[in-house]
Design a protein around this ligand. Structure first.
Ligand code: HEC
Length: 152
């Protein structure tokens, strides 16, 4: 019983750390790398699946797109808390992520702004607006990768 309540208490204390991406804590650099890479993969999948709508290959389902964009918006907040100091390791993040932290932060801010516009476009139900906003988000992914991700 005593063990159980200790577990419950420590669980309650720990969970906010995991709930808040900005202060995500990791025991080892490899854990942070795995976390952010996984977050990017899921975000990329959720973002990329809208491409068929944007390209006009499938009918525009405004409600489905809205739900999808809401997920992208949430997922887009996840990777950044896992770029703590000393977590370059064997990742594909360039040293510039840390040596030019202000530039990396600016690229994030630009991206998050583009996602907010994507969200507004999805709310509007206007496919042309969605298409333009989707392109802008994609461009902001690429801009950051060009500067801060190792080319493969
Ligand atoms: C502010 C910078 C930045 C933005 C914006 C950004 N990325 Fe990345 N992305 C990175 C960095 C840095 C890495 C390398 C991370 C690592 O290896 O630790 C990465 C890695 C990835 C990966 C590979 C994950 C893996 O398994 O190694 C994918 C996929 C990806 N990003 C997709 C996207 C998509 C899609 C967007 C836009 C919707 C996006 N990224 C926006 C910086 C960014």
């Amino acid at each position: 019983m005593r063990k159980l309540s200790i577990l419950l208490v420590s669980g309650a204390l720990l969970s906010p750390l995991w709930m808040s991406s900005a202060s995500a804590q990791f025991a080892k650099p490899e854990d942070a790398i795995k976390y952010r890479q996984s977050a990017f993969v899921v975000m990329a999948s959720q973002f990329g699946r809208m491409q068929s709508t944007v390209k006009g290959q499938v009918p525009y389902d405004a409600a489905a797109i809205k739900a999808n964009v809401a997920l992208v918006k949430t997922l887009s907040t996840l990777p950044w808390g896992a770029f703590g100091p000393g977590t370059q390791g064997k990742s594909n993040a360039k040293p510039e992520v840390w040596s030019d932290a202000a530039g990396f932060k600016a690229a994030q801010t630009k991206f998050e702004g583009a996602v907010v516009k994507l969200s507004a476009a999805a709310d509007s139900g206007d496919l042309d607006k969605l298409r333009a906003a989707f392109g802008d988000v994609g461009a902001s992914c690429k801009a950051c990768h060009d500067a801060y991700r190792v080319k493969k």
